[in-house]
Ligand binder design. Structure first.
Ligand SMILES: Nc1ncnc2c1ncn2[C@@H]1O[C@H](COP(=O)(O)OP(=O)(O)OP(=O)(O)O)[C@@H](O)[C@H]1O
Ligand SMILES: [Mg+2]
Length: 215
């Protein structure tokens, strides 16, 4: 059962590495044995894994070469869920990792400044990734609860044909703080607010990927 989840956007700092590591740790703690592929030459997740809590033991494989998608496919063939964190710029590797994905998660930071450009780049990212568009969802990140801006961006995305997860990753210091120890909020406080919102995002993704597998 193949399961490759690629996390990608063309916008730096949208929360790719944070959400990729949080989802991986969540699934690890619920017994799903995921592996992260860090395909970003910045090595954000690989460096997190070198800190004290080592992402709770989630295996991290560094592969910033254009062959990262093959590494993902080989590992997925062994039956492990794979989460790929991609760089915040356009590259052959990112496009190939999108093309190889069973599910693409696109974190969108809730900022109005460049929503139009974001929509354009998202379209070209999906078009250039190869023959087929993977199943994908946007997820709003660094939101302020019930803010007008998040609602507005959600509406614009949906109108432009980009489905958005209902769950959001709100702006919480718990995320960078956990990172100080190489952890994610799920490792610090399983019932905390941040861990619960990650669980909600994971459960939505599970529902979508699960439906696809059953089809
Ligand atoms: N939900 C959140 N609440 C608070 N801070 C956050 C949240 N998500 C991410 N951050 C912070 O925002 C910054 C950018 O996040 P992150 O590194 O995950 O983005 P990225 O898309 O992987 O960036 P890059 O394009 O450079 O790889 C980091 O300092 C991170 O700690
Ligand atoms: Mg990153």
């Amino acid at each position: 059962m193949r399961q490759i989840i690629t996390v990608a956007t063309m916008k730096g700092g949208s929360g790719k590495s944070t959400i990729a590591s949080c989802l991986a740790v969540h699934w690890h703690l619920t017994g799903r044995a995921p592996t992260i592929i860090d395909a970003d030459p910045q090595r954000s997740i690989a460096r997190l894994a070198l800190r004290e809590r080592a992402l709770g033991g989630v295996p991290v494989i560094e592969d910033a070469t254009p062959e990262a998608w093959k590494t993902a496919q080989n590992l997925a063939a062994a039956g492990r869920p794979i989460i790929i964190d991609t760089p915040g710029f356009r590259s052959q590797s990112t496009l190939a990792c999108i093309a190889a994905a069973d599910f693409l998660l696109v974190p969108v930071k809730a900022s109005p400044l460049d929503i139009d450009r974001m929509l354009d780049t998202l379209n070209s990212l999906l078009d250039d990734a190869g023959g087929r568009r993977p199943t994908f969802r946007c997820v709003l990140t660094q939101t302020t609860r019930d803010s007008v801006i998040a609602k507005h961006i959600r509406a614009e995305l949906v109108e432009a044909g980009f489905p958005v997860l209902t769950s959001e990753m709100t702006n919480r210091v718990a995320y960078p703080e956990a990172g100080l120890w190489g952890a994610t909020p799920s490792l610090i406080s399983w019932n905390g607010l941040a861990a619960r919102e990650i669980a909600a995002i994971a459960s939505e993704v599970d529902g979508i990927v699960g439906i696809k597998q059953a089809a």
